[in-house]
Design a protein around this ligand. Structure first.
Ligand code: PLP
Length: 414
């Protein structure tokens, strides 16, 4: 079994980086600077070794096996549930549904909750800064049910216009689905206030937490969210796995989303009855290894300490903003008061993909494009941005390399 990392009392970035072998490589002849954490974060060796150990010595299918190996795999697979529940302070572990990621989690709610609760003229409120994963599933369900999508506008600084939001809420509002931290702007939204207002209007709330959980303490009970969705691969865990938190009283009344496997109670050709949540929503053989990997990632985050991560990243992002602000011609897209580890920017006469390509030649990985959030880029009148997104293993040195790289890229267009 892999050894657990030693407790890390304060965030020691050099020590942490030892756990991420991927960061210690040359890319195009330069040491890698990885600033694409918003798309997918890197995995510490403890998680990789745990996955390897599972595949070598522990693999069997879960739940249905009477034999010892299957029972051991089931125990390891199920161990993520209480761990995730504690990580986001859910009231109980059966409120934690395993999915394949944020997208799948939102599709589950849209189809299971939406299809049964929305009817002609009901309203779903989204915001202008949503990822497509929190737009398209609602549009698909709205098309089937006759529900109407309404959109909270975003201010010039990249914040939600809360006054406009209050006016959008009506007795017909059935769902408010809003992102916690914007992947395109870095804005941290006031999700508790948004949730309280929605509840006063009688609406249910889903929060897309994909970009929040790796960077800040999330407490679903404090926020009051009815549903909260996130992905393992953005929080130092494996791909193909994610979580939907759902309030038990709502889950109990929701029909299954997919059929087959563990989601049943009894099957006959005349009728099938369904399992209780969360199993009702988990059809087929699940990503067993990925669940075990997420457990290990949560342990890792716990040892580093979320308080330390938050403090460290806040300083790092502040440093990056100050440095980038000095670059002639650079314009930030999104300058919210409350922001997390994402910085988006443009140049008027240089396309983002040119910047990204030249940065890559210097070993610097950033993301360019619309970040699966086309409406918010349209709102700011740009087709694409360059996005640097940080994690707790990034350093000020990475920011300095980014700034140097951008100056170098600019020199081609002067
Ligand atoms: N929501 C936000 C805010 C995101 O940033 C992402 C991914 O970038 C998603 C949803 C979709 O996540 P996944 O592709 O892991 O389902």
């Amino acid at each position: 079994m892999p050894q657990a990392v030693k407790d890390i009392p304060v965030l020691n970035v050099e020590k942490i980086r030892e756990d991420f072998p991927v960061l210690h490589q040359q890319v195009n002849g330069h040491p890698l600077v990885y600033l694409d954490n918003g798309a997918s974060s890197q995995m510490p060796v403890q998680v990789a070794e745990r996955l390897d150990h599972y595949h070598r010595y522990e693999h069997a299918n879960v739940h249905r096996g009477i034999h010892t190996l299957s029972q051991k795999a089931t125990d390891a697979y199920e161990a993520a549930r209480p761990k995730v529940a504690a990580f986001i302070n859910a009231a109980e572990e059966h409120e934690i549904i395993y999915t394949t990621g944020t997208t799948d989690s939102i599709n589950l709610v849209a189809n299971s909750f939406g299809l049964t609760h929305f009817s002609e003229g009901d309203e779903v409120i989204l915001s202008e800064m949503e990822h497509h994963a929190n737009i398209v599933p609602w549009q698909m369900v709205a098309e089937k049910t006759g529900a109407v999508i309404k959109v909270i506008p975003v201010t010039d600084s990249g914040e939600l216009d809360l006054e406009a939001y209050k006016k959008l809420l009506t007795p017909r509002t059935k769902m408010v689905a809003v992102v916690h931290v914007s992947n395109a702007l870095g804005t941290v939204n006031p999700v508790k206030e948004i949730t309280d207002l929605a509840h006063e209007a009688g609406s249910v709330v889903l929060i897309d937490g994909a970009q929040a959980v790796p960077h800040q303490k999330v407490d679903v009970q404090e926020i009051g969210a009815d549903f909260y969705a996130f992905s393992a691969h953005k929080m130092f865990g494996p791909t193909g796995f994610g979580i939907l938190y759902g309030r038990k009283s709502l889950l109990d009344g929701m029909p299954p989303y997919r059929g087959g496997g563990d989601m049943i109670d009894k099957v006959t050709f005349e009728e099938t009855t369904y399992n209780v949540p969360p199993f009702r929503f988990e059809a087929g053989t699940p990503p067993i290894a990925a669940s075990i990997g997420l457990s290990e990632a949560i342990d890792y985050i716990g040892r580093v300490g979320m308080d330390q991560i938050e403090k460290y990243e806040a300083k790092l992002v502040e440093y990056a903003v100050e440095k980038l602000r000095k670059i002639d011609g650079l314009r930030f897209i999104g300058e919210a008061e409350e922001r997390a580890s994402v910085i988006s920017f443009v140049f008027d006469h240089i396309h983002a993909s040119d910047i990204g390509t030249i940065l890559d030649k210097k070993g610097i990985a950033v993301r360019t494009g619309h970040h699966c959030a086309q409406p918010i880029l349209r709102r700011f009148g740009v087709p694409a941005t360059t996005r640097a997104s940080f994690a707790f293993y990034n350093r000020e040195d990475d920011v300095d390399r980014l700034v140097e790289g951008i100056e170098y890229a600019k020199s081609f267009f002067e």
